[in-house]
Every structure is written in structure tokens, then in C-alpha cells.
Design a protein around this ligand. Structure first.
Ligand SMILES: Nc1ncnc2c1ncn2[C@@H]1O[C@H](COP(=O)(O)OP(=O)(O)O)[C@@H](O)[C@H]1O
Ligand SMILES: [Mg+2]
Length: 464
């Protein structure tokens, strides 16, 4: 809120002073960021750390916006607060109940906000959402990239036009997460439903009914898995909800073929995410096509995301490292053989970054390049097939030429002893490949929620 007011004050003042004012805001944002980065070093609890990480990612975003605004002003492309370059951002205001004027003065509001009732309003482009005050816990926030910004503007516009947003694109581009994150920003509850071929229209009707009465947002993940005949009925149900929302007089509706009346809350909305590439996906019926507004989410800005995540984990050379990590994943994607279980997308980059943060907290004095290359090797090698390991190590050495000990992976000393004891107790032969696989499994278990051991029969996967 403070940041929005500061920026608007700086933009709204006109003439040459703007640039100076924006610079002052930028400097303040930058100073705050450096201060925050130092906080991460001495927190122990997971909650506190997550909170600081979240604040850092928001702060980085605000700093970047301010810098961008400053350069736009220099080129005379931004002159007042109504410019799209500014309004496309997510802005937060505090509106007093009897206040009609949007651009209120900060001092005035701080004087009076204790005496009057007010509400917090989040605006994106021309749409304003009232903050919903729903407690959603201390969750991780997304890094706001240009793609996220674009997606938010599109969601806001579809919301105001009583349509449903449909982020579309390959897996792991942040479709589901962007919708959830926007909900978190608005303090609004988002229910995610994973759609399957077995879903019937009666299931959806029950979910829609809940969404309408509570006003929550519903995100139907992988929507085009549902079979075409069911989709066409769902299309009618969604159309009925949107019509009820659009006609302000009647806020109740009865679903097609059912007499029970349901009240429709203003805030309720439906999102669907789709992945057109998978096999067995169904074509959408015409009535749904007109209701859904597709948004292409093809390529996530992985480097920007990696940068912010590294920065919030206390890495100092986050720019260079982020570039190297993303380059490595891109090479892996293009150079290694094609296997059904390989995934070098954003999802695996995120889990590698999480592991790096974990390692960084454990080994504060280790050089960052070494720590990064070691962690990348530990995260990626376990899932590679034998032929690819050699190629991968070449790639890794190319990207981190100064690190010369990348081939010698030693068992972490903590488990080495334990593994040996158990092996001798059970009269097993401690083969080197096998013990290193056990170590890899242990490492993978630390960062993943679920692990799948795969391989041909007779490779001792259960025994390990
Ligand atoms: N802007 C972002 N900042 C941080 N992480 C992101 C961002 N976008 C996506 N991710 C991460 O990428 C992963 C995949 O996102 P998800 O929304 O599940 O993809 P999709 O629904 O497109 O398959 C998640 O782990 C999420 O945390
Ligand atoms: Mg998804």
C-alpha cells in the first residue's frame, strides 16, 4: 500500500522532479532488499524463513517495477497515473467507506482510518477486487515475472467481463500456481480440482454449487481431460453461473435440469487450465469455447525465477548462477536422450533451487560455484540412465569449468557408516554402484514428496 502511494505520488507530480522522486523510491526499495537479504542468515524456523523469502520476492518485484518506471519516464512514455504501464501492475489501496476519490492522500488516510471503516482494494488494470481477508497460512509466493503480470491482467479483465480464464500451455509453466497466487494476493480461497476422464457433470455441479454460495474461486486443472459429452453440459452450467453474475438483479440460479435454487456470490469465479499437447485430450465444445478466454503460457521465465529464489536464499552471485543453472537445464533438455521420466522444466529447476537453499544454510562457507555445481550433480544424476551420465558430466564441466572434482561423488559420511553396518548385518555385498544408489535415493527423498524407483527386473530396486 505504501509502495503504491509512493509510486503514484512520484508519477503524479509531473515535470522533472518525477525522475528524481522515482529514483528515491527505487533507492529505498533497494536498501530494504539488502537489509532483508541479511535477515535470512539468522532465522531458524521454517515459517520465519518462508516469510522473509516471500517478502524478498515481493520487494525484488517492486524494485524492478520502479526501475522500469524510471526508464519509461526518462523516455517520456509515462506521464500520469492513468497510463497503462502503471495501471497494469497490481496496486493496493485503502479506501475509506465514504471516500469516492481513488487517489487519496496517505497522510490523510492514516489520520482517519482508525475512526472510519474502510476496505483494502487491489486493482489490476481497470478491475478492482476487494481484499477478502481469508487466512490462507504462510505459503510460498511466486516470483512475479512479466508472464505472471500478463496473466494477471488477462484474469482481471475476464473477471470483469463475466467470462472464465483459461491459462493454456505445456506442463510446468505455472498455470495452476499463477491462479492460486493471485487468490493469495487477494486473500481469497482457491479450490483446485484435478479433472479426470471419470468426472461426470453431477460432480461438477456439486462443486459449482459450493463455489457459488461461498464465493470461492475454482480452478479446474487439466480441464480437457473430461470427456466431450460431459464438457458440453458443464459448459451450460458455467454459462448459467456467469449469466447470473452478469445480471445484477437476480443473484440466484438453478442449474439446467435441476430446480434447486442457488445463490451466486459476486466474487465467485471459475478458472480452467489446459494442456493441449497431451495425448487423449478432448476438443472443447463450441459453447465452452465462447465462454473461456484462453491465455497462452508457453515458456516460463525460468532465469528470472531462479534469480529471485537464489537471492532469497542468501546467494550473492545470484545473477550469474541463475544463468548457468538455466543454461544447464536447457542443454540437458536438448542433448540427453529422450526418456519418459525425464523432466528438465521449471518444476525440476525449482526443486534443485530448494535443495541449493538447503545446502547453502548447511555450508555457509563453501564457495557458491562449488556448492551449486555439486548440488546440480546430486539432483540430476540419480534420474539419468547410464548412457546419459557421461554426457551430463561433460555439460556440467563446460558450464562450471573451475570445478574439477565433479566426477568424484563420495557418499555422505553421515550415512556411509550406517549403510555399511546394515549391509554386513544382512550379509549383503556392499557393491559401490549399489551403495551410491542408496545415497542418491536418500538425497532425492529429502527434496521430493514422492519417489519412484524405476528400472528393468533384477536390479535390486526393492532390496535397496
Ligand atoms: N512465477 C513463478 N515463480 C516461482 N515458481 C514458479 C513460478 N511459476 C511456476 N513456478 C513453479 O513451477 C512449478 C509448476 O507450476 P504449475 O502451476 O504446477 O504448472 P502447470 O499447472 O502449468 O503444470 C511449481 O512448482 C511452481 O512453484
Ligand atoms: Mg497444473
Amino acid at each position: 500500500m505504501k509502495w503504491t502511494t509512493q509510486c503514484e505520488a512520484a508519477i503524479g507530480r509531473g515535470d522533472k522532479k518525477i525522475v528524481k522522486d522515482i529514483k528515491a523510491v527505487a533507492q529505498e526499495a533497494h536498501d530494504l532488499l539488502i537489509k532483508m537479504a541479511s535477515w535470512t542468515e539468522d532465522v531458524d524456523s521454517v515459517m520465519a524463513r518462508r516469510k522473509i523469502e516471500m517478502m524478498i520476492s515481493l520487494q525484488v518485484h517492486q524494485r524492478d517495477i520502479v526501475n522500469e518506471l524510471a526508464s519509461l519516464q526518462r523516455q517520456k512514455q509515462l506521464t500520469d497515473v492513468q497510463d497503462f504501464e502503471w495501471t497494469k501492475r497490481m496496486r493496493t489501496y485503502y479506501h475509506l467507506e465514504d471516500d469516492i476519490d481513488e487517489d487519496e492522500d496517505e497522510e490523510e488516510s492514516s489520520k482517519t482510518q482508525h475512526d472510519k471503516n474502510g476496505k483494502c482494494v487491489v486493482s489490476i488494470a481497470e478491475t478492482s477486487f476487494e481484499y477478502q481477508n481469508e487466512f490462507l497460512g504462510c505459503k510460498e509466493r511466486l516470483v512475479v515475472t512479466p508472464l505472471t503480470d500478463r496473466c494477471r491482467v488477462a484474469i482481471a479483465q475476464t473477471f470483469s467481463m463475466f467470462q472464465c480464464s483459461a491459462p493454456t500451455g505445456p506442463a510446468g509453466t505455472g498455470k495452476t500456481e499463477t491462479v492460486k497466487d493471485l487468490g493469495r494476493h487477494l486473500g481469497h480461497y482457491v479450490v483446485v480440482t484435478n479433472c479426470t476422464e471419470q468426472m461426470r457433470y453431477s460432480h461438477c455441479e456439486r462443486i459449482f454449487r459450493g463455489l457459488c454460495t461461498s464465493g470461492a474461486w475454482g480452478c479446474f486443472d487439466e480441464f480437457n481431460r473430461i470427456s466431450s459429452s460431459v464438457l458440453s453440459v458443464i459448459g451450460h452450467q458455467m454459462q448459467a453461473i456467469m449469466d447470473a453474475k452478469a445480471s445484477h438483479e437476480s443473484s440466484t440460479l438453478s442449474f439446467p435440469g435441476d430446480k434447486k435454487m442457488t445463490t451466486v456470490h459476486d466474487m465467485c469465479s471459475i478458472f480452467v487450465t489446459m494442456n493441449p499437447d497431451y495425448a487423449c485430450r478432448n476438443e472443447l465444445p463450441e459453447n465452452l469455447k465462447s465462454l473461456l478466454r484462453p491465455m497462452a503460457m508457453i515458456k516460463p521465465d525460468s532465469e528470472a525465477i531462479a534469480k529471485v529464489k537464489l537471492c532469497s536464499n542468501g546467494f550473492s552471485d545470484f545473477v550469474g548462477l541463475a544463468r548457468k543453472i538455466c543454461a544447464l537445464y536447457e542443454f540437458c533438455d536438448s542433448q540427453l536422450s529422450i526418456q519418459p521420466h525425464y523432466d528438465f522444466g521449471l518444476r525440476s529447476i525449482c526443486s534443485a533451487l530448494e535443495m541449493m537453499g538447503h545446502e547453502k544454510r548447511g555450508n555457509k562457507d563453501e564457495p557458491e560455484e562449488h556448492l551449486t555445481s555439486r548440488t546440480l550433480r546430486d539432483v540430476i544424476v540419480p534420474k539419468l540412465v547410464k548412457e546419459d551420465i557421461k554426457i551430463f558430466l561433460y555439460l556440467l564441466r563446460d558450464i562450471f569449468p573451475e570445478q574439477d572434482d565433479l566426477d568424484n561423488r563420495s557418499l555422505s559420511s553421515k550415512y556411509q557408516g550406517a549403510v555399511k553396518t546394515v549391509m554386513s548385518e544382512r550379509n549383503l555385498y556392499a557393491d559401490k554402484t549399489w551403495t551410491s544408489k542408496i545415497d542418491e535415493l536418500q538425497n532425492t527423498l529429502r527434496i521430493r514428496h514422492g519417489v519412484m524407483v524405476s528400472g528393468p527386473p533384477g536390479t535390486c530396486d526393492v532390496g535397496a
